[in-house]
Write a new protein. Structure first.
Length: 115
């Protein structure tokens, strides 16, 4: 077993396993900051980039059992001027599509990037 060393105060010191684990965690790529909202066009372009088409989004809406809730959700998707990251509809759609919170955060970050 090899020992990992660091320089502290000009002296070579052995790192504990906790230090090594912390350094490994800090070296991992950090996720992009997820913006609070994206535009509907950014959302649609992002879904297309993920390979998610209108049929899958339509299936999400069709899976909403209550007709009034389904209509309200569809209206929110069709007529919203922005898509908020913390909207419960976003969480429900992500769960329907099998996406994690981290993936949704990355989706919002990617969708917000200029092309």
């Amino acid at each position: 077993m090899s020992t990992t060393f660091a320089i502290r105060d000009g002296k070579k010191v052995a790192l504990s396993s906790e230090d090594v684990a912390w350094l490994a965690e800090m070296a991992k790529p950090q996720p992009e900051f997820a913006p609070a909202f994206i535009s509907p066009l950014q959302a649609r372009n992002g879904l297309r980039a993920w390979g998610i088409g209108r049929a899958q989004i339509d299936a999400f809406f069709e899976a909403i059992n209550d007709a009034a809730e389904r209509e309200a959700a569809y209206d929110a998707w069709e007529y919203a001027t922005q898509i908020d990251r913390d909207n419960p509809l976003v969480a429900a759609c992500a769960a329907f599509l099998g996406k994690t919170d981290a993936e949704v955060d990355q989706f919002f970050a990617d969708a917000r990037q200029p092309e």
